[in-house]
Design a protein around this ligand. Structure first.
Ligand SMILES: [Mg+2]
Length: 283
């Protein structure tokens, strides 16, 4: 049996719109009892927030156990590093509740860590406090290093942008936890309870989803329903195993054990007889 790690934005929805075929893809996994996790670098929302959004969009049988966020990975990582850690937090509900759930105390007095996620509540005053905690020895943790986040009106600064400012101000370098970090990629695999060879990572971004999967030795599927163009794949130093228009293609080519019934990539031209794009000289 295989198991899937599935990015969300650009893969199963874009903004408020469901990607065509995405509900069929998730239904096809569930009909075959193929385990899967939605794996997101969004640290703002809790598992429950995400479940509510997905159900509203028509993914009716989704539960909290189907969702894994970089906030959960961050909290689990910090707890594994230090007993009773404390953190000064720049972020929103999803991050605060994950830290709380895993027993990490939130404080503005001598924190062990400065933990940063994306959000709209960041202010210069908060950045100033964080910089002082770093100067006093707190360690800098990024829930993810994404430079920006897509919105309906265009990009807005992401966690990576806030981190860049704190790194510059403090002279320190952050540890990034979300995709493509092996910390998150490995925790997600363990959550599914599967081995490396059984994992298939599906995403729309080369530098996070696909790189994260390639580093771990997972099978990878790039979908072109998000922000990545096929021309960028040709220039990338690492390649996905499959490139498809969307997860709707996967829904039509899924074996009983969840393996993908498409030829891996071999060329850059779309072959009219196949649904998967193929790369010449691919690995
Ligand atoms: Mg995405």
């Amino acid at each position: 049996m295989n198991g899937y790690l599935i990015d969300m934005d650009g893969v199963i929805y874009r903004g408020e719109h469901v990607v065509a075929g995405a509900i069929e893809f998730v239904s096809a996994l569930q009909a075959r009892h193929v385990p899967f996790l939605f794996l997101t670098n969004n640290s703002q929302r809790t598992r429950l927030d995400i479940v509510i959004k997905l159900r509203r969009m028509g993914f009716l049988d989704i539960e909290e156990r189907h969702v894994f966020t970089c906030s959960i990975a961050t909290a689990r990582f910090l707890r594994s590093q230090k007993p009773n850690p404390t953190a000064f937090v720049i972020g929103e509900g999803g991050l605060l509740s994950a830290l709380n759930h895993f027993g990490i105390g939130i404080t503005d007095k001598d924190p062990d860590y400065v933990v940063v996620g994306e959000g709209r509540t960041v202010s210069f005053e908060v950045l100033e406090q964080a910089t002082r905690h770093l100067a006093n020895g707190a360690k800098l943790i990024a829930t993810n290093l994404d430079p920006n986040c897509p919105t309906a009106h265009g990009p807005r600064p992401g966690t990576g942008a806030i981190i860049a400012m704190l790194e510059r101000a403090s002279g320190r370098v952050a540890l990034g936890i979300g995709k493509p970090s092996p910390i998150t990629m490995r925790l997600a695999r363990k959550e599914l309870g599967l081995r490396t060879a059984q994992i298939i990572m599906v995403g729309d971004t080369l530098d996070t989803d696909i790189l994260g999967g390639v580093q771990m030795g997972y099978q990878t599927v790039l979908v072109l329903s998000g922000g990545t163009l096929i021309e960028e794949v040709k220039l990338s130093p690492f390649l996905p195993d499959y490139v498809v228009e969307s997860v709707g293609t996967l829904a039509k080519h899924l074996d009983a054990d969840g393996s993908i019934l498409l030829d891996p990539m071999r060329g850059t031209e779309r072959d009219s007889h196949r649904d998967s794009l193929v790369l010449t000289g691919g690995y």
